[in-house]
Design a protein. Sequence first.
Length: 413
Amino acid sequence: MIQDFEAKLNEYARLLVEVGLNVQPGQTPSIESDVEYAQLTRLCVSACYDRGARDVVVNYRDDFTVQEQYLRADAAVFDEYPSYLKARYDWCLEQKCPRLSLTGSDPELLKGVEPARIQARRRASGPATRPYFDALTANKFQWCVGAYPTQVWAEKVFPDKKGEDAMDALWDAIFSVCRITGDGRAVERWKEFAAATAKRVKLLNDYQFQSLRYTNSLGTDLTVRLPENHVWGGANDHTPDGVEFMPNIPTEEIFTAPRWDGVDGRVYAALPLAMDGNLVKDFYLDFKDGRIVDVHAGEGEQFLRQAIDTDEGSHYLGEVALVPYDSPIRNTGILFYETLFDENASCHLAFGEAYPSCVKGGEDMSEEEQKAAGLNRSDTHVDFMVGTRDLSIVGTTHDGREIPVFVNGNFAF
Ligand code: ZN
Ligand code: ZN
C-alpha cells in the first residue's frame, strides 16, 4: 500500500490538468487513455470541469485489443488508416481541444508482431494524422503527456517484485519524479521549476551557438550545428494565444533542433533504447553531413535500422536535448522502458521530426521553408540517450568563442 495514495493521485490529476494542460474556461479537453487507467482519468475529467471546461472528451483504448489486432487481423488492415479515426483527429484539431495523453502501455505489447505490420501501420497513419500532429508539435493547442503504471510495465521495471508490490514500487517512482508528496503542492513546485528552467533557456538563446561538440570516454565525438535563429525550449511551452502549458510531465530537458544536414561524427548511446517492446543495446551512430551513415548495436540492431528506415527524414536528427546527469530521474537509477521518463534521465538526441518551434517563426513556415531553415521533417521521432557522467559539451559562438555548456555531465551554468 502506498501512503496517502488517493491524495497523491488527486495531486497528480491536478498537476496534469492545471500545469500540463492549463485548461482554460470554455475549452474542450480530449483525454487519450487506456481502460485500465479509469481511476486517474476520472480525476482528470473532474479537474478539467473544475477549471471551467465546456466539455471533456475521453477516448479509451485497450492494450489487449490492440495486441490481438496486430497479431490476428488481416494483413491488409495495416495498409489503410480508417476514415472514422481520421475524422476524430480532424474534429479535435478544428476545436483546438487541449490533448492529455496518458501512457503506460505494456513495453512488450508488440513483441512478436511482424515488423512489416508495424511499419505499414506507421506509414498509413502518418499522412492521415499529419495535419493534427503538425498542429500539435507546432503548439497550436495545449497538450500534455503523463503516465500511469500497469502491472506488466511495473514487473518489467522491477523484475524482483510481483503484482501489487511492483505496481506500488512504480507508483512510488512516478510520484517521486513528478514531485508529488501528498501535501497538495505539486502544482506550485512545478511552477517554480518552470521559472528556473526559463532562466537557463534564456541564457542559451542569448548565446545563439553555431555548433555544439559532444565528447566523452565512451568514444563520442560529435559536432552538431544549430540552425540560424534556433530557439531553445524547456518545461513550459505556449500556444499562439500565449497560454502556457507543460508538454511532458515529468520533464527535465532543455531542447532545440539541430540543423538536419549539420551533424558529423560518432555518438554512443548511454542507455538501452526500448522500441516497440524490443531493446536495442550498446549502439553507436555515425553521421556525415547530417545523415546516419552507419549503425552498430550489440543487441537489437535490426529494430534500430528499421526505425531509421521509416522515411527519408528518419535518417537525420530532429532534436538535441540537455538534461543534467544528476537529474531526479537518473538519480532513481531506474530504467523505466518508457521514453517519457527515460529521455529525462540524460542528455539525448532524436532522429526524425524536429519541433517547428525550435526555429523562430518555424510554426508558420511551409514544409520546404522548414527544411531550408534547418528543421528536419519525418513521420517518426525516436529519442536515444547520450548523456554520461563524463559528458562534455562545448558551444561555439558565431564569433568563434568556445563556451562550456556541460562539464562532467552537468550544466556549466
Ligand atoms: Zn527530448
Ligand atoms: Zn524527443
